[in-house]
Design a protein. Structure first.
Length: 300
């Protein structure tokens, strides 16, 4: 169903005589602009400049929350939406890069919390794109309410509800149509939420092709009275997720909270941008944090 919907969304694009292509005028924002303009600002809705990450992949999010634009000749893709309040700056960033928001044909995301999916309703309305989420994320996205089993229920605000057009099918790449060099693969990475999803795709800049991994939040955080040790049904998927993330193809890592992948510093040239060990390092670090959390719960 998901692949069909995606194909349909993109097929519709090809019927339009002026199908989206490379932007006519591409604003030149230095890759270091994210580090300099977001210095001391990391709010979920703090506007950030748009920056090309690699090839057809761009950062169009805020200082605190990543939103990724993947531009293809057959329609663009947005991963995540940040908050409702952030949407005007996301749309402005897309335009600044020379793209038309109406050429975004597919919106997908990381996990069902207001800081990443809160802007879905406004972004879908502004672009007319198809919205697809994992089956586990769907109830929260469509009702706007945090899942009752979520460790952070009660401390995460609700979000604007929005109807979903289709569900992600895990295990196979979503092809964006013939002739395109992007094969976007969803990976189920539950733990932080039940519907957490990570994404990998190939991005080419000239002859240099790499795999970008957008790895969902892996943090075991909760309300004060929640104990992970009392919820083995949440700890087990977390452990599988760490293993899955360790094994991802991962030349360049981006995380929904940009600081977890140091992406601003990497784009500014302060650290290597290409870092094939990054997914494993992140998974190891977050697994150690979960172990520490379980140990501290046991000690109480
Ligand atoms: Zn979250």
């Amino acid at each position: 169903m998901s692949v069909k919907l995606f194909a349909a969304a993109l097929a519709a694009t090809t019927l339009i005589s002026c199908a989206p292509s490379a932007p006519l005028t591409q604003a030149k924002t230095e890759p270091s602009a994210l580090a300099t303009q977001c210095e001391g600002r990391d709010g979920w809705s703090d506007p950030a400049p748009p920056v090309r990450i690699h090839g057809n992949s761009y950062y169009v999010g805020t200082c605190g929350i990543a939103v990724i634009l993947i531009a293809t000749p057959k329609g663009h893709i947005l991963i995540d939406a940040a908050t409702d309040e952030a949407v005007p700056s996301i749309l402005a960033n897309i335009r600044t890069l020379g793209f038309d928001p109406r050429d975004v044909k597919l919106i997908i995301g990381s996990h069902e919390h207001v800081d990443h999916m809160g802007g879905f309703a406004e972004l879908k309305a502004a672009t007319g794109a198809q919205l697809m989420v994992s089956s586990a994320a769907r109830p929260s996205v469509e009702t706007g309410r945090t899942d009752a089993a979520d460790p952070q229920v009660g401390i995460i605000p609700d979000m604007k509800p929005v109807p979903v057009d289709g569900e992600i099918a895990f295990g196979a790449p979503m092809k964006s149509g013939s002739g395109s060099d992007i094969a976007l693969t969803p990976h189920a990475t539950p733990g932080h939420t039940s519907g957490g999803t990570s994404w990998t795709w190939r991005s080419c800049e000239g002859k240099k092709c790499i795999t970008i991994a957008y790895v969902d939040s892996l943090s075991a955080v909760s309300s004060d009275d929640y104990k992970f040790s009392a919820h083995p049904e949440r700890v087990a998927p977390f452990r599988s997720t760490f293993d899955r993330v360790r094994a991802l193809p991962c030349d360049l890592l981006i995380t929904p909270h940009p600081s977890f992948s140091d992406i601003f510093e990497r784009l500014a040239g302060e650290m290597p941008l290409i870092n094939p060990g990054a997914c494993k390092t992140l998974a190891d670090m977050m697994a150690a944090r979960l172990d520490k959390r379980l140990a501290s719960e046991a000690a109480k």
